[in-house]
Design a protein around this ligand. Structure first.
Ligand code: TXA
Ligand code: MG
Length: 358
């Protein structure tokens, strides 16, 4: 269905279109998107990490609509996006010195700070927790949208719960269809994996989820970091055993065993993909025809940018199993390894999510 660029479908469309409107980022479309958000609608928009499924964080109904569209259990908190660090005191009940230091060093950028929630933000946004995850995104489209709306935007990644995060507008359309009112297309995301989440609500700062800002970068500002699994820390959906998962089963295999394992599975008639961090395939000779190679760059920054594209490609190729080996866990390698482990994690949580969705 095509519609003129200057009209948007009503929010309560009785016969929703099979796909959302997708508009390129431009001053006019940013205004349309902000207007939709102000009316309680949902807009998917690019950030530097991945595409977010945005709703006005100050409207409880918009926040509930995000949970419904994503199929996310109501007790899993959302990240609230702010236009600038000076919005912090309006949405965090207390801003410790460490938060200002991290904001100064890494905002705008791929870092989320967990702080005590200000009563101005409704409890559902935090899944009922007394804390809230806050971040200032660096993508110009996200910044423009926040400036235009003048209010914070709650936005989880714009995928169905437990699935691979979207790094292009097409990924959002594929995952959410008409569950989102509008998708702003700003091209592929530059970082490609989610923000690092740092909990500043406890006695010592702790990384809850590795991401675009590395532990080494954080330590340079904060000194030591605490343990994320200390008692009383909230559960983070991105740290559930299975998350960021393609439909294909993912197996973690040491690099030098990839070829043998692929041959073994292929002999059983399994359609196999190998996630291979090399440009050339020559290093993997003698593979049966039903083994596909999905290449990832060896450089960690480029690998992070392409990781979710590669995981989606495995499904597009119709593979049953994907074999991957972990990178050395330093710098951005920590977050890449984390996402691969979660993609390979047991799928019970996904089944739970599917039940919640019904
Ligand atoms: O890069 C990102 O962070 C992207 C973009 C869109 O900003 N967003 C994102 O959102 O990854 P989502 O909902 O997919 O992941 C948010 C994570 C979840 O794991 C959630 O549990 C955690 O943030 N989180 C949010 N608020 C929290 C809180 N108060 N305490 C602990 N974890 C929290
Ligand atoms: Mg997510």
């Amino acid at each position: 269905m095509t519609m003129p660029q200057d009209t948007l479908p009503p929010l309560s469309c009785p016969d929703p279109p099979p796909r959302p409107r997708v508009l390129p980022v431009a001053p006019q479309t940013i205004r349309q998107a902000a207007d939709l958000l102000a009316r309680g609608g949902l807009v998917a928009f690019p950030t530097e990490t991945d595409y977010g499924l945005g709703g006005d964080a100050t409207q409880p109904d918009a926040v509930r609509a995000i949970f419904a569209a994503k199929g996310r259990p109501a007790d899993h908190p959302l990240i609230v996006h702010l236009a600038a660090p000076d919005w912090l005191p309006q949405y965090a009940a207390h801003v410790p010195d460490a938060a200002w230091a991290l904001a100064e060093a890494f905002w705008p950028g791929p870092l989320t700070l967990v702080l005590p929630r200000h009563p101005r933000l409704c409890p559902p946004v935090s899944g009922g927790l007394s804390t809230v995850g806050l971040r200032v995104p660096a993508h110009p489209a996200a910044q423009a949208l926040l400036d235009e709306l003048g209010r914070p935007i709650a936005a989880p990644s714009a995928n169905r719960f437990g699935r691979v995060s979207p790094t292009t507008a097409q990924h959002v359309v594929d995952d959410l269809g008409a569950r989102v009112d509008l998708v702003l297309d700003g091209g592929p995301c530059g970082v490609g994996i989610e923000s690092t989440i740092v909990d500043l609500s406890g006695p010592t700062p702790a990384i809850l989820r590795p991401g675009g800002i590395t532990e080494e970068q954080l330590a340079a500002v904060l000194g030591t970091l605490g343990k994320p699994d200390a008692p009383g820390r909230p559960r983070v959906s991105g740290t559930l055993p299975s998350h960021y998962a393609p439909r294909a089963r993912v197996e973690i295999v040491p690099q030098d065993a990839l070829r043998l394992r692929a041959q073994e599975l292929a002999r059983q008639g399994v359609r196999v993909a190998i996630l291979w961090r090399e440009e050339a395939h020559q290093a993997l000779p003698g593979l049966p025809a039903n083994v596909q190679i999905v290449s990832l760059p060896t450089d960690d920054v480029a690998c992070a940018r392409m990781l979710y594209v590669a995981l989606r490609q495995i499904d597009a190729l119709g593979c049953d199993v994907a074999l991957a080996s972990l990178p050395p866990e330093v710098g951005l390698g920590v977050a890449i390894a984390d996402r691969l482990r979660r993609a390979a994690g047991p799928r019970e949580s996904e089944e739970r999510a599917a039940r919640t969705d019904r």
